[in-house]
Structure formats: structure tokens, C-alpha cells
Design a protein around this ligand. Structure first.
Ligand code: GTP
Ligand code: SPV
Ligand code: MN
Length: 574
């Protein structure tokens, strides 16, 4: 810390203990200087609003680097910068950067306290907003110092908002030293270093070395009427439905089908002594997408964020009630948009990537097992993305290796969670394209290796809630109704439920999926489950080009799976 302070030259250094009193002081200071805006005491008690710089509203993947000694260890899907270059180009940006500011030392634990799988990090930051967010998202302060005192290793992360200029913004990871540097952004995954930087990019390299997995996955608990609990993990790209699925309200709760939440964004998974894969949620809070969150779509999130929540880049009524597209039908009069200007109703009132930061314990659907130190045993893994066409509502992979192929070839339309064009289909293997800390070819090999080490591996599925009809609207109702798809999966896991072979995998027969009471015609259901041979054939050369980028780092199992898909499409009638 002395070394960092000598370099960054803050006016003061504060060691954070995570206490309520410390948080109250921080919030008071931020309210006084306008970093935070107080919200309505009756309708949003304990809530605040932060408006970030308009050029700092999402993760910036083009400014995110893996700084391994050799370029091939970062692989073709990551930006690489040599450690020497990073030290020369990024290091100077920290010189004197904290002059006139306070340097906060934030020790934190990722994972349930007392869990053998939890890990300690220390983020040094000059942003009190980051401190307040880290306090919600991690177990921060005292407990982390306790673990450090016991001699535990930690992942250091140095963060400064710098001058917020995208020209001087770098998020650099040193996987070999297990170190993070982030400068020039105060936003989300760029700045809350415990989340994507540590719990995914650095942790994925630890996991490769130590025989476990760090994944961009929600974890949910589904209990059936016989009282049996199944745990399901799902990897969807950013802003593709993890939080919503993790917090879904079961439409069949009264029949004994209950859904509870373990985590909404990140899972750390390990093989257990019983041959199953066990998962913990390393986070303590939710940094969730606000737009689209409403009483119909996600009542559990609405309850979670009804108090003691930090809102970033939402709109606000003149009396301090937060508002966003999808909250309710009628925006209140006199609305102020996310940039603090009177809303003229032409653009979005809330930024499409506006976020809430709220403690998990405020969520009514948390499972009583969400902080179990050994985690929960996973019976199904789901991959999925946003595809207007191509991918059917759901299909099952034939075995683990085929499931790895399904994950490795995932495509999804881009969203507002990262800067850049929205709605372009890109390959996003296992929803980890922006988050894998090493060569993705090696990552695929690690997945295959993990499967071989599990006597009872989870069954792997693929879903797509986002198929559109001729009118451009989503065909599937989504949200709570996604339970119907989960129930077919559980049937399959338990050896029931019928399915048809297709080149994609095993698709439910129309009668195997319960669609009773949904406003769907038989033709709708058929279109949701259809695997269109021409569309899949057109996908093959794209997948091949993507795979070719990995050269000899691509596991041979994956190229074989592609060859057999290609062969099947050329011969089978779909
Ligand atoms: P990150 O936090 O960026 O990793 O996102 P996420 O994967 O948790 O996505 P989230 O659940 O926040 O959903 C993103 C957007 O998709 C929101 O606007 C949701 O309303 C919408 N969405 C989520 N689930 C569904 C669904 O089942 N159907 C439809 N049509 N939209 C959905
Ligand atoms: C994501 O983009 O996947 C998020 C939000 O969960 S952020 O923390 O900004 O990465
Ligand atoms: Mn995410």
C-alpha cells in the first residue's frame, strides 16, 4: 500500500472496514459533492442515484487486456499487451493520479465466509462510489482482513477513475502475477474489480491451474412437489436474462414447483467427492440491468431494489422516484433523464445499461443454501443467447463433449452491456468471450477435461428465449414461463420426457413441453422448436472460421463435432 501511495500520491489513505458507520460517512460525502443524489425517502428509502460520465456507461471490451508474457496465452479472442508494454503505457497513468483525492484500501472476500473455496482480494481505488458498490457486491472489510491475517494469499487490484477519458482508459489483467490494473473508468465491470476482473478473468486462470471452473453463470434452485431440489447453472451473455431467470417466480408454486436464487452472474464450480459438480456464488449482491425490470417481469428484483439500493444512470421524477423503461406504463410528469436533463421523450429516459446495486439478502427469493460453503450440486447446465432465428427454444446436448461444442459455438446478438454496436450476432463461447483470462482454445480443453473428471456430470442444454415471429415480436412469453422449459430439462435429467433427434441436439416433442394456458398456437410451438436445416448449414462455415482462429490450440473433439454436424446436415432430412 505504501508503494501504491508513493506512486499515486493521494492526500489521504483510508483502510475500509466495511462498517455501517464508514458507509454512512462515505455516502454523506458523496451526497454533499453530487456523486450521489438522494432519492425519495418514502418511495425509495435508503436509495441513491449516481450519474456516470456519458462516455462511461458500460464495459469497454476494446480497452480490456490480458497481459500474459506470451501473446498466444491470451489467445485470439482477447486483446493482448505484453507486461513490459503495459508497464510502460499504463503504469505512468497512475503517477500522481490520486493527488487531491482519497485512496481507499478495500479488502474483500469473494465467496461465502468460511467457505474453503472463498478468495480474498484487495482493491485500491480513488472512487468512493466504487467502495460503496464493493460493499454491496462482496464481503468487504473486517472478514477479509481476518482471512489475510491468517496468512492467506490475495489478488491485488489497483483502480483509479483517472480523468475518465476513453483515450487513457485501460483494464489490464496480469494472469501470471494475479494482478489487476484499471484506470480511466468508474463503471461496473471496469471498476468493481472483484466482479469480472477477479471472479472471472483472474479466477478462470486459477481454475484452469487448480482443476475447477469460474463461469459467467447464474445458479438457481428448483424444487419439485416431492421435495427434491435440483440446482441449475446457466451461462447467457451480458444482458441476456441471467438475473431474470435466477429470480423467476414459478407460475406453478401452488403445485409445489418452487424456484429460489443462489446467484445471478458468476459461479465458481468444482468437482465434489461424489463425482458431481458443486457451485458457489462468489458475490454478495446484484449489479443488475434496470430496464425491463418490472412487477410483471421480475417482482423479486422489484422487491430487492425497493430500498437501500444504488441506482446508476436511471431517470428520476422531480420528487426523487427512480424510473426506467419497463418499470410501469406511464412515465411520471417532469421526468429527468439519466443525464440529468428534462426528458424530451425522444430517446430513452434511463440508459439501456442502467444498473441497480443491491444486497442479495434483500431478495425475497434467495435460497436458504445460497451461502453454503460447499456450494450446491449442479444437475443441469444451460447455455443460451439472443437469436431472433436459428436456435430453437430448447435442446439437449447428446453428452458432455457435445455440450462443450454447443457452448463453444454459442452465438448471441450484442447488447448495451458493452460499448459498441447492439444487435450484431457474434460468437460468445459459454458467455465468456469478454471474461476468459487465457487462450479460449485451452479453455475449451479445460471444459472437456472437467467433464472427464466428473462421474456424474451435469446434463448440458441450450435455450433461446428470444426467437421472433414474422411480426418481429418474441414468440415465447419468457420470464416466469421459462419454468416450463426447466421442467422439461428436469424430466430429461431424471430419464423421463420425450425428445426428437435433430442435427442441433435433442429437441422436446411438442407434447413433452407443457404449454397449457399459454397464448401459443400449435404452429407457434412448432416454430419455437424447429431446427431449420438451411439456417444451421449456413452457420457451419462461420463456426469453422471461428474455430480456425485457435489453430492447434483447438481441441480435436470440437473439430470432430463440427465435422459430424456438417455431415449430418448434408445427409439427414430435418
Ligand atoms: P448481465 O448483468 O449484463 O450479465 O445481464 P443478465 O444476463 O443478468 O440479463 P438480465 O436478466 O438482466 O436481462 C437483460 C434484459 O433481458 C432485461 O431487459 C430483461 O427484461 C430481458 N429478459 C430477461 N429474460 C427475458 C425473457 O425470458 N424473455 C424476454 N423477452 N426478455 C427477457
Ligand atoms: C455484464 O456485463 O455481464 C455484467 C455487468 O454483469 S458488468 O459488471 O458491468 O460487467
Ligand atoms: Mn454479467
Amino acid at each position: 500500500m505504501d508503494e501504491v501511495a508513493r506512486k499515486t500520491r493521494p492526500d489521504r489513505v483510508v483502510w475500509c472496514d466495511g462498517s455501517d458507520a464508514e458507509n454512512a460517512r462515505l455516502v454523506e460525502g458523496m451526497l454533499a459533492d453530487g456523486t450521489l443524489i438522494a432519492l425519495n425517502r418514502q418511495q425509495a428509502p435508503g436509495c441513491t442515484l449516481h450519474r456516470s460520465h456519458p462516455s462511461d456507461v458500460a464495459r469497454t471490451e476494446h480497452l480490456t487486456f490480458i497481459s500474459s508474457r506470451r501473446a498466444e496465452d491470451a489467445g485470439p479472442t482477447n486483446n493482448w499487451m505484453s507486461p513490459d508494454e503495459a508497464r510502460a503505457r499504463v503504469g505512468p497513468l497512475f503517477e500522481g493520479v490520486m493527488k487531491g483525492r482519497t485512496m481507499y484500501v478495500v479488502p474483500y472476500v469473494m465467496g461465502p465466509l468460511g467457505s474453503p473455496f472463498s478468495k480474498v482480494g484487495i482493491e485500491v481505488t480513488d472512487s468512493p462510489y466504487v467502495v460503496a458498490n464493493m460493499r454491496i457486491m462482496t464481503r468487504m472489510g473486517g472478514p477479509a482482513l481476518g482471512q489475510l491475517g491468517a496468512g492467506e494469499d490475495f489478488v491485488p487490484g489497483l483502480h483509479s477513475t483517472g480523468d475518465l477519458s476513453p483515450d487513457r482508459r485501460f483494464i489490464v489483467h496480469y494472469p501470471e502475477e494475479r494482478l489487476i490494473w484499471s484506470v480511466g473508468s468508474g463503471y461496473g465491470g471496469n471498476a468493481l474489480l472483484g466482479k469480472k476482473c477477479f471472479a472471472l478473468r483472474i479466477a478462470s486462470t486459477m481454475a484452469r491451474d487448480q482443476g475447477w471452473m469460474a463461469e459467467h453463470m447464474l445458479i438457481l434452485e428448483l424444487t419439485t412437489p416431492d421435495g427434491h431440489a435440483h440446482y441449475v447453472a446457466a451461462a447467457f451473455p451480458s444482458a441476456c436474462g441471467k438475473t431474470n431467470l435466477a429470480m423467476m417466480v414459478s407460475p406453478f408454486e401452488d403445485q409445489g414447483y418452487k424456484v429460489r436464487t443462489i446467484g445471478d452472474d458468476i459461479a465458481w464450480l468444482r468437482p465434489g467427492g461424489d463425482g458431481r459438480l458443486w457451485a458457489v456464488n462468489p458475490e454478495a449482491g446484484f449489479f443488475g440491468v434496470v430496464p425491463g425490470t418490472g412487477p410483471e417481469t421480475n417482482p423479486n428484483a422489484m422487491a430487492t431494489i425497493s430500498h437501500d439500493t444504488i441506482f446508476t444512470n436511471v431517470a428520476v421524477s422531480p420528487d426523487g422516484v427512480p424510473w426506467w423503461e419497463g418499470k410501469d406504463k406511464s412515465p411520471p410528469p417532469g421526468l429527468i433523464d439519466w443525464q440529468g436533463k428534462p426528458w424530451d421523450r425522444t430517446g430513452k429516459a434511463a440508459h439501456p445499461n442502467s444498473r441497480f446495486t443491491a444486497p442479495a439478502r434483500q431478495c425475497p427469493s434467495m435460497s436458504k443454501h445460497w451461502e453454503d460453503g460447499h456450494g450446491v450440486p449442479i444437475s443441469a447446465i444451460i447455455f443460451g443467447g439472443r437469436r431472433a432465428r436459428l436456435a430453437p427454444l430448447v435442446f439437449q446436448s447428446r453428452d458432455w463433449a457435445h455440450g462443450v461444442f454447443v457452448g463453444a459455438t454459442m452465438g448471441s446478438e450484442t447488447t448495451a452491456a458493452a460499448t459498441g454496436q447492439v444487435g450484431i450476432v457474434r460468437r460468445d463461447p459459454m458467455a465468456m468471450l469478454p471474461f476468459c483470462g487465457y487462450n479460449m482454445g485451452d479453455y475449451f480443453a479445460h471444459w472437456l477435461r472437467m467433464g472427464r473428471s466428473l462421474a456424474r456430470p451435469p446434463v448440458i442444454f441450450h435455450v433461446n428465449w428470444f426467437r421472433t415471429g414474422p411480426d418481429g415480436r418474441f414468440v415465447w412469453p419468457g420470464f416466469g414461463q421459462n419454468l416450463r422449459v426447466l421442467l422439461w430439462m428436469i424430466d430429461r435429467v431424471e430419464g423421463r420426457g420425450s425428445a426428437t433427434e435433430t442435427p442441433a441436439g435433442l429437441v422436446p416433442t411438442p407434447d413433452a413441453l407443457n404449454v397449457d394456458g399459454l397464448p401459443l398456437s400449435r404452429a407457434d410451438v412448432q416454430s419455437l422448436l424447429r431446427v431449420e436445416r438451411d439456417e444451421w448449414a449456413a452457420e457451419v462455415p462461420e463456426i469453422r472460421a471461428f474455430f480456425d482462429r485457435f489453430g492447434d490450440r483447438l481441441p480435436v473433439e470440437l473439430s470432430r463435432s463440427l465435422d459430424s454436424l456438417s455431415h449430418e446436415l448434408a445427409t439427414a432430412s430435418v
